[in-house]
Design a protein around this ligand. Structure first.
Ligand code: SAM
Ligand code: SF4
Length: 356
């Protein structure tokens, strides 16, 4: 067998997430809030319980990477080719909002042709999906995941900073009609913001034959407003769902690296999943790597260190040099995140830059 991406804990990397832009047309509170007021909304609420003095506002500081620093599609394709030769089988294109970048279908068709890539997916907020859906499908995109945290237009706006619910809903239905399978919908659950919508979101998954995953809020927001009180633990989400529905577990034994535990709702069709990285970490089975839009390799969502691939890509490095760097850095992959530990440090970059 050839070289592979094996870390010092025995995990072998199969899944590569590639961010193609750090920009976004949404301003989700838990990722990239638009205003200080939005950024401080939940901080103020929960601090008020402990400390009647209002906290100092967090200044919004946002800088997009200049175009010249972003990897070109040719550079991304080259990295994926090298990674595929080292055993990467799944690729997810993400961002920021990946559909803000022109010509994503061209990138999809290049990656889809790489030998060894068995699964090619995209994560999007859905606002621009309808216009690009057909081209993406024809280019070879197999799966698409949408982010949708609320079915209530006003709450959707509060959480994303945009009036986008109607276009996201039509994007989701179009994806299903075009044959993307499964169509996944991700909902980040935040206490006091959208946790009351959990049953309605599960009902929607059943009615629309979707795979809807509830995700715990992670400390990766640009305003650093994350507090553990705001996390609705996966088991609490499950208890709430059990009050309204009959949930039957979906067997995941074929894929131990699956991040979601899944159930059918009232016999299906459609299913719900719970992704609980904070309360029930799944780091022991992690087989994922990430490349940021500006060409940095990250071995964990919560890595404090990044490894720059651009000097090799732009300085005449050979494919073997890129392969060596991947092998060497994967060997040092972190055992797991340290959320909740006394020494936890939030990474400098946010989810919108790292690529979810
Ligand atoms: N813009 C696209 C979207 O929203 O689907 C792709 C990028 S977004 C960073 C990828 C995923 O990360 C989304 O499903 C989003 O809900 C999730 N995400 C962002 N910030 C998060 C946080 N602080 N905790 C948990 N999930 C988060
Ligand atoms: Fe944009 Fe996605 Fe972050 Fe929302 S979660 S601000 S849509 S990158």
């Amino acid at each position: 067998m050839g070289a592979e991406l094996r870390d010092s804990h025995g995990r072998v990397m199969r899944d590569l997430r590639v961010s193609i832009t750090d920009r976004c047309n949404f301003r989700c509170l838990y990722c990239l809030p638009e205003t200080e007021e939005a950024a401080n909304f939940y901080r103020t609420r929960f601090d008020a319980l402990r400390n009647p003095k209002p906290p100092a506002p967090v200044p919004i500081h946002r800088e997009w990477k200049p175009r010249s620093e972003l990897l070109s599609y040719e550079e991304i394709t080259r990295i994926v080719q090298v990674a595929a030769a080292l055993g990467i089988q799944k690729v997810r294109i993400t961002g920021g909002e990946p559909l803000l970048r022109q010509g994503v279908d061209g990138l999809v068709s290049s990656i889809a042709r790489i030998p060894g890539i068995q699964d090619l997916a995209l994560t999007t907020n859905g606002a621009l999906f309808a216009d690009k859906a057909q081209a993406l499908r024809q280019a070879g995109l197999q799966r698409v995941s949408f982010s949708m945290d609320s079915l209530d237009p006003a709450n959707f706006r509060r959480m994303t900073g945009r009036d986008g619910l109607a276009s996201v809903l039509s994007g989701i239905r179009l994806a299903r009609d075009l044959g993307f399978d499964p169509v996944k919908v991700n909902a980040v659950v935040i206490r006091g913001m959208n946790d009351h919508e959990v049953p309605e979101l599960a009902r929607f998954a059943r009615q629309e034959r979707l795979s809807l995953r509830f995700i715990e809020f992670m400390p990766l927001d640009s305003s650093r407003s994350w507090q553990k009180e705001l996390v609705v633990p996966g088991r609490e989400i499950l208890e709430r769902l059990r009050q309204s529905f009959t949930l039957s577990p979906v067997d995941a034994s074929t894929n131990p690296s699956e991040t979601a535990r899944r159930w059918t709702v009232d016999g299906g069709p459609g299913e719900i999943g719970i992704i609980a990285p904070v309360s029930e970490p799944f780091c022991g089975h992690c087989n994922r790597l990430r490349i940021t839009a500006d060409g940095k390799l990250r071995t964990c969502l919560f890595s404090l260190e990044e490894h720059d691939l651009r000097p090799l890509l732009r300085g005449g490095g050979a494919d073997d040099d890129i392969a060596r760097l991947l092998i060497e850095k994967v060997a040092g992959k972190e055992a797991g995140h340290r959320i909740g530990q006394a020494d936890f440090q939030q990474p400098a970059r946010t989810m919108s830059c790292i690529g979810g």
